[in-house]
Design a protein around this ligand. Structure first.
Ligand SMILES: Nc1ncnc2c1ncn2[C@@H]1O[C@H](COP(=O)(O)OP(=O)(O)OP(=O)(O)O)[C@@H](O)[C@H]1O
Length: 299
């Protein structure tokens, strides 16, 4: 069952098309990633879904509700992660949870959330004194205090060290395991690959791909080697090979499927010796570049 349905969302700011016909749906119980470089329109799209911004046109349904017309009923059932700047430094951890619980008719007991999210010892600490990882855990706990059916998490691990990022990822998996649908906005490829069941790749206001992370990674791989002895035979006609380029003794072959086996067998048959042989797995960065013609971080 789709819990979120977005159809042909459009939004411009001063003539700039920030969303240019965005459509997607999110299934119950999945972690759905919205991935894109800075300025791609991720936050605008997700805030239209949350009812925080109004699109110029297009429709949004969250649990069958219109985020603007049915705002109250919808907000009862969703949880939204705050951005770093949105809590006063002096607010205590328990006060923040108590405040957010008061927004909901039937909230969770926030004391249990403190335990679950490893914040019990910090219950009297002021927000401004928490570490980055603790703040992030508090934001997630706040997003969950209303027993949401859908949680929206935006730039979850920005500014965290690698250990805290991994720990946060494990917690998000637990959120999904508890039956909550998660929409995860990110510009980190590794995060999306680790967590998401499906990913919408957004670029300049359009969805350029919507697939599982492994689906996005299918496609061309690259093989590189240096010629040591012998002249490389023509590799272009081999099964799966899509391209061959050579600079001096360095050869790069791109291809699909089992092309590397065909290449190495062919080289052996022609008694060509090579060194520094490497096969590069396709990354989500490669996938983004293939989709848009630009590197991911060149924005
Ligand atoms: N309220 C606004 N007024 C004018 N322009 C805006 C407004 N909000 C967003 N924009 C512009 O819309 C574009 C998309 O912004 P958005 O925040 O949705 O992107 P994003 O993909 O979430 O990027 P980031 O990862 O940097 O947050 C940007 O060019 C931004 O400057």
């Amino acid at each position: 069952m789709a819990v979120i349905e977005v159809t042909d969302l459009r939004k411009s700011y001063a003539g700039l098309k920030v969303l240019d016909g965005v459509s997607f749906s999110v299934e119950e119980g999945e972690i759905f990633g919205v991935l894109g470089p800075n300025g791609a329109g991720k936050t605008t799209a997700v805030e239209c879904v949350e009812g925080l911004r109004r699109p110029d046109s297009g429709t949004v349904r969250v649990l069958g509700l219109d985020p603007v017309r049915d705002a109250r009923r919808m907000r009862e059932q969703i949880g939204v992660q705050l951005q770093q700047t949105q809590l006063p430094e002096n607010l205590k951890v328990w006060e923040a949870l108590d405040l957010y619980a008061s927004f909901y008719a039937d909230p969770r007991d926030w004391r249990a959330l403190l335990e679950e999210w490893g914040l019990a010892e910090k219950r009297n600490a002021r927000f401004g004194k928490l570490s980055g990882g603790q703040k992030q855990r508090l934001f997630i706990a706040l997003a969950l205090v209303g027993k949401p059916r859908v949680a929206f998490l935006d730039e979850l691990t920005t500014g965290l060290d690698p250990q805290a990022r991994r720990a946060t990822w494990e917690l998000i998996k637990q959120v999904r395991a508890s039956g909550v649908t998660v929409v995860l906005v990110s510009h980190f490829m590794d995060e999306v690959e680790e967590l998401c069941d499906r990913v919408a790749v957004l670029d300049r206001g359009r969805i350029v791909a919507l697939d599982t992370p492994s689906g996005l990674l299918e496609g061309e791989h690259r093989m590189r080697f240096t010629l040591k002895a012998g002249e490389a035979p023509d590799l272009t006609g081999l099964p799966g090979v899509t391209g061959v380029s050579r600079t001096g003794e360095r050869v790069v072959v791109t291809g699909h499927g089992d092309f590397a086996t065909a290449v190495t067998a062919h080289l052996a048959r022609h008694q060509v010796l090579v060194s520094d042989l490497r096969i590069d797995k396709r990354t989500l960065d490669d996938a983004f570049a293939a989709l848009t013609g630009r590197p991911f971080d060149d924005n």
